[in-house]
Design a protein around this ligand. Structure first.
Ligand SMILES: [Zn+2]
Ligand SMILES: [Zn+2]
Length: 335
């Protein structure tokens, strides 16, 4: 069978549509016909080799929703025709300590969907059965892609660390942050949105934020000293981290999910005296993703998206690169 994919041939070059041979289906794998695939800032970082780990040619894309078209002989729990999502990861060893503990996303051999594996900007994608997550019936299929990457990334720290009675700050109102605000509000938290763009204040309130604050005015940040039980940082730029950590209540936690490349300076005393923590996490396990999707479908949490035809993928990348996309881009399969 012939499959088509948008192939990145070299860093910072437009992708080209090619026919690809996926080879025989692995015994524990499933094949999914891609119907929608989110376009995430990580796709742009991978295309531009910002992290220095990209290899070309590459098929990017890691926010797939589609239907199962083939099931390997040892794949479990999925049927041809079933609606599934495949996110940041599409495989793990299934026998290490982390996998056996349910933390498959921390497996030393975890397989990212678009590094060393063919991703979702393609007619079909392959995944280990455990990483093709069944989608709840009520979930909006066309909008669910970004939940599988950004959604789980911001939901996981809420599920791990927040109580509904907590005061939570979301730093950065973009692709990740706007979903974080929606999840935290649906969870029942008192939510403060920190953004560098005052023109996003009203929109952040529309997403469910109870309060908004500027993330670049140290004086305004310092006024919030001692307020938050949990801060989730989704930004990839340098902030006044000292002031941000100062907004944490005793036992509060700054949790980092945005890939800021400069180190975050942390003063020992600001952690010790108030018993504060700084932590981070990547996406989540298959069960965490399933739980997040269930929560999202019950509470109608969905990303705000702009849709592009897959055939206009290079136009969609340009839109993402312009920084103007509000707030996630989804590509609809037409090839
Ligand atoms: Zn992503
Ligand atoms: Zn493992």
């Amino acid at each position: 069978m012939n499959y088509k994919a948008w192939v990145a041939k070299a860093a910072k070059q437009p992708m080209v549509l090619e026919t690809v041979d996926l080879g025989p289906l692995g015994a524990e794998d499933v094949e999914v016909a891609v119907e929608h695939c989110g376009l995430c800032h990580s796709d742009l970082s991978a295309l531009n080799n910002d992290w220095g780990i990209s290899q070309y040619p590459a098929i990017l894309g890691h926010e797939v929703t589609g239907r199962v078209t083939a099931v390997g002989p040892n794949a479990k729990g999925l049927k041809v025709g079933q609606r599934v999502g495949v996110g940041w990861n599409s495989g793990s060893c299934m026998h290490c300590h982390q996998c056996m503990s349910g933390s498959h996303h921390l497996c030393p051999q975890v397989q990212p969907t678009m590094f060393g594996h063919r991703g979702g900007f393609a007619t079909h994608i392959r995944s280990h059965w455990a990483w093709a997550i069944p989608l709840p019936e009520k979930l909006n299929f066309a909008e669910a892609g970004p939940l599988l990457c950004g959604g789980i990334t911001v939901f996981a720290p809420l599920a791990m660390y927040a109580k509904p009675t907590d005061r939570v700050g979301i730093i950065g109102i973009g692709g990740l942050g706007h979903m974080a605000v929606k999840f935290a509000a649906a969870y029942g938290c008192d939510v403060t949105a920190f953004t560098s763009s005052e023109n996003k204040f009203d929109e952040a309130k529309g997403f469910g934020a109870n309060h908004v604050a500027s993330s670049k005015e140290s004086a305004a940040i310092k006024k919030l000293g001692g307020s938050f039980d949990l801060l989730i940082s989704t930004v990839n730029v340098k902030l006044d981290w000292d002031a941000m950590i100062g907004t944490l209540a005793p036992n509060g936690r700054l949790h980092v999910v945005g890939a800021v490349l400069e180190p975050i300076p942390v003063a020992a005393f600001s952690l010790i005296l108030q018993q504060r923590s700084v932590s981070g996490s990547p996406t989540g396990s298959p069960v965490a993703i399933e739980t997040m999707l269930d929560f999202a479908s019950r509470h109608n949490v969905a990303p705000q998206t702009e849709h592009f035809a897959m055939s206009n993928i290079n136009g969609a990348f340009a839109r993402l690169e312009s920084g103007k996309a509000r707030y996630r881009i989804v590509l609809d399969a037409d090839f």
